[in-house]
Design a protein around this ligand. Structure first.
Ligand code: ATP
Ligand code: MG
Length: 427
């Protein structure tokens, strides 16, 4: 035997025992997004490196150290997408979706970041993201937040997640604030870590996003952006708060919330849980009114969010949500002999025509009835239909109840579907 080849570190297989919960989660997301009138868009997972460099910001963690970048055979620099917004904006501009119109879009799929793998942090992970183009007011910011709140409720995890919001103001306001921040951190340069010293000149706002515990007090005491907001952004922010208040959405204003990407302005928000240890952010978003123009389109207001599906799955698994479990097999068909095998195949096909949602497993391969019954039991099936020589000669099947104390019965094959319907087999 030769050595097996394993998956790449931080890139996980999602195994059958977990795909059920993924499918349920995805179904809730699709259904909710559709109910708000959002349309799906699908982008490639690889883009020109330049697209990300131009949008996410040169001195962000993502661009500095997390991108999977390579030259293709034509020597063009390409990158696996580390986030979805840039590609979505690129697609919107390229296909004329953004020009003088409103778009409410969503996407779902894998992202790639070269981070240190740990629980809730992987090198390939998945997000569902929503992006809205062409609407400038706080009404749409509120809609996005209400939509995510509804998703948590539907998933039964709303009691585990809290909302933090902030405003980053306009580019001018941020520039003024930047100067104030540089003064402050320069005064305390001896307390800065290596990354932050570098960022002091390149991108001082990023220092506020640092997760380094030894710098938290310094960051806590830093001057606040809210004291330097421009009037319009302040109005936008208070209008958003008012809408959240009227909808009964609880939130905390976190003056230090800056998010890890450079393109944000005005509203930023994050949904956080305390149930997943250090990897507490389950969804983040905000406005990025300058990005469309920055990527070559006509200036278009925009706002969006992305949620991390692995972290949501983790929450759901921990809660052991019964309603999110994959439904069990309902029928197992056991048979003996070639004639019965063929008949069983046809019976199963007929039943699938009549009950499209019914989960039927037909026994394939060899094995005596005892073995087949064992498999039937292991499959989780409620009933086992048995077809042997005796049954075949009488045009009947034997029904064995696997989850109930009931005598086995014989049912005429031509009455089987009616009998199953009477037994409420699908519930
Ligand atoms: P974090 O603060 O945990 O690094 P982030 O701010 O980098 O998160 P975003 O870029 O806002 O994350 O992405 C949105 C969501 O995607 C996050 O809230 C998180 O749930 C998820 N996410 C981000 N990076 C990873 C990762 N490496 N592995 C798994 N999920 C991730
Ligand atoms: Mg990150």
């Amino acid at each position: 035997m030769s050595d097996p080849i394993n998956a790449i570190r931080g890139m996980n297989d999602i195994l059958p025992e977990q795909t059920g919960i993924w499918q349920q989660l995805e179904a809730v997301l699709r259904e909710t997004l559709a109910s708000y009138g959002y349309d799906e868009i699908r982008m490639p997972v690889v883009e020109k490196t330049q697209l990300f460099a131009r949008s996410i910001g040169a001195s962000t963690d993502i661009i500095e150290k997390e991108m999977y970048t390579f030259n293709d055979r034509n020597d063009e620099s390409l990158s696996l997408r580390p986030e979805g917004t840039a590609g979505c904006v690129r697609a919107g501009i390229q296909h004329g979706l953004l020009y003088n119109q409103e778009q409410r879009l969503w996407y779902m799929g894998p992202l790639f970041r070269y981070e240190r793998p740990q629980k809730g942090r992987y090198r390939q992970f998945h997000q569902m993201g929503a992006e809205v183009f062409g609407i400038a007011g706080p009404d749409i910011d509120a809609e996005l937040i209400l939509m995510t709140a509804r998703i948590w409720k539907k998933l039964g995890i709303d009691h585990l997640i809290r909302l933090e919001i902030n405003s980053l103001g306009s580019a001018d306001a941020r520039n003024n604030y930047r100067a104030v921040l540089v003064d402050y951190f320069t005064e305390h340069k001896d307390q800065l870590d290596e990354d932050s010293i570098r960022r002091l000149t390149a991108n001082p706002l990023r220092i506020l996003d640092s997760k380094n515990p030894t710098m938290q007090e310094l960051i806590e005491n830093a001057p606040r952006l809210s004291e330097h907001l421009d009037e319009e952004s302040a109005e936008h922010f208070s209008a958003l708060c008012k809408r959240l208040d009227s909808a009964g959405i609880e939130y905390k204003i976190n003056a230090r919330l800056v998010r890890g990407l450079d393109y944000y302005n005005r509203t930023v928000f994050e949904w956080i849980t305390d149930s997943l240890g250090a990897q507490g952010a389950v969804c983040g978003g905000g406005r990025y009114d300058a990005l469309v123009e920055q990527l070559g389109g006509k200036s278009t207001p925009a706002v969006g969010f992305a949620m991390g599906l692995e972290r949501l799955v983790s929450l759901l698994v921990d809660l052991d949500q019964e309603n999110l479990k994959k439904p069990d097999i309902q029928l197992y068909l056991a048979r003996m002999g070639e004639k019965a095998e063929i008949k069983a195949l046809l019976i199963a096909e007929d039943l699938r025509n009549i009950f499209p949602g019914l989960k039927i497993l037909t026994h394939c391969g060899t094995g005596n009835f005892k073995k087949q019954l064992k498999k039937a039991d292991k499959s989780g099936a409620k009933l086992c239909l048995i077809l042997g020589d005796d049954e075949l000669s009488e045009n009947k099947v034997t029904v064995k109840f696997l989850r109930e104390q009931r005598e086995q019965q014989q049912i005429a094959i031509n009455q089987l579907s009616q009998w199953l319907a009477d037994e409420n087999i699908q519930n």
